[in-house]
Design a binder for this molecule. Sequence first.
Ligand SMILES: NC(=O)c1ccc[n+]([C@@H]2O[C@H](COP(=O)([O-])OP(=O)(O)OC[C@H]3O[C@@H](n4cnc5c(N)ncnc54)[C@H](OP(=O)(O)O)[C@@H]3O)[C@@H](O)[C@H]2O)c1
Length: 328
Amino acid sequence: MKYITLGRTGLKVSAVGLGFWEIGSRAWGGSPEAAKNIVAKALELGINFFDTAEVYGNGRSEEALGMALRSLGAVDSAVVATKVGGFRPNAYLIVKGAQASVRRLGFRPALLQLHWPPPVWVPLCGVIRGLEEAVRRGLAEYIGVSNFPGNLLERAAQCLKSADIVSDQVEYSLAYRVPEIDVIPVANKLGAKVIAYSPLAKGALAGASPQKLVQRADRRYAATSSDAELQRVLEEIATAKGVSKSSIALAWLVSKAALPIPGTTRPEHVDELAAGGSLELSEDDIRKLDGASYRYRTAWGNRYANLRTMRYVPCLLQYIGLRAIGGA
Ligand SMILES: NC(=O)c1ccc[n+]([C@@H]2O[C@H](COP(=O)([O-])OP(=O)(O)OC[C@H]3O[C@@H](n4cnc5c(N)ncnc54)[C@H](OP(=O)(O)O)[C@@H]3O)[C@@H](O)[C@H]2O)c1
């Protein structure tokens, strides 16, 4: 496993992390019982970075990850990132959210991220300073954001006096390369790490067939699972190296200096995910993958727009909606 520094922190994290939306959420159905085996396997293979969020299964994901790490005695060797919902409109509620996350995890996370930008009428700096206040109170070590396009990332960084924004967690994969245009140039300027979510396009880049609604409803999934040229190039490189397509898709993100956080419900898939963090792709491999996925730099627009509609939904409505459906 390769290791990298997480933005402007001294934290050494594995080049590939693990996402925990799959565990405890209705969307994916991963069981908390599987969590311990997944985490144990991940640690054994050198993965030390884990991502979760308060909205995943209404806190069940945080609980399962916390329980797994504690029961394995691995809290100190893991770097845990969590996210507070973008429905929290002020510093007071951000701190409250961070306190609840610490309770569910059973320890302080290293990274506290804002899951999505606040509504347009909510002052951004009030929310960002809430993250700073949470760090000042010892509820997390570092501040990150998620789903922030480049312009908002730049504005958020300007809100802070005593801390940096160390990361922006955005959708980024061979199936969705918009961050290369909109997010990465700003992140590089700020020294922030781009954490790549949905790095396998919800399984499409691993060659999975869609079984869950969350996959069937995903436009990126549909486009890339039926993209014969991209699948062919992935297959060709994977076969030549004797690894799986998922490992190649993750190694490509590592070659772009992003930190992918694939998710899984199955311990037996962790090997392939971890392999993405130790593989070396040749310049020729990267050129072929760049070429086969080139259209996905702009096919979905030039601006990073994920969860953008949330910017027009009042915080209370967002909160009630998420509670009503049992979390994301
Ligand atoms: N910040 C945000 O707004 C946001 C949004 C989405 C996700 N995320 C984060 O990103 C993480 C990952 O993203 P994601 O959940 O969207 O999806 P993803 O990692 O792109 O794909 C996960 C899917 O890939 C499948 N998969 C993994 N390895 C496989 C293999 N070897 N063969 C076949 N299928 C395989 C998994 O199925 P199995 O269960 O069968 O392995 C699962 O269905 C999440 O856990 C979460 O932490 C963040």
